[in-house]
Design a protein around this ligand. Structure first.
Ligand code: FES
Length: 113
């Protein structure tokens, strides 16, 4: 019968190649109506989060990465890239997205709107 659109909650997007991500830094990508920051740590971990800092909109892709944490370049709040949590009491988390490598492609799972 009719397929319910509500069943489709996420989509996987091949964003770039692993080698296109700078080591130890972030890089922003526009995907549909979102700007996503991808981070490749020096240890070879991959993280995806909204590029916009939930505090006052700083570009997280330009922040410093320390372990699995990004430091916002505007006011130095720290965001844990595993769950998006912020080190400042009462501050909103940043949205993080499931991501993985498939062959050399970086795949990010995004909500369907
Ligand atoms: S805008 Fe990111 S900490 Fe203020």
């Amino acid at each position: 019968m009719h397929k319910m659109l509500e069943e489709i909650k996420t989509m996987e997007v091949a964003v770039c190649l692993w080698d296109e991500l700078p080591v130890g830094l972030g890089r922003a990508f526009q995907i549909h109506n979102r700007v996503i920051a991808l981070f490749r740590t020096r240890k070879g971990e991959l993280y995806a989060a909204d590029n916009r800092c939930p505090h006052k909109g700083g570009p997280l892709s330009e922040g410093m990465i320390t372990g699995g944490t990004v430091v916002c370049p505007l006011h130095s709040f720290h965001f844990d890239l595993t769950d998006g949590s912020c080190d400042q009491a009462g501050q909103c988390s940043v949205v993080v997205y499931p991501c993985r490598l498939e062959d050399q492609s970086v795949i990010v799972e995004l909500p369907v709107e």
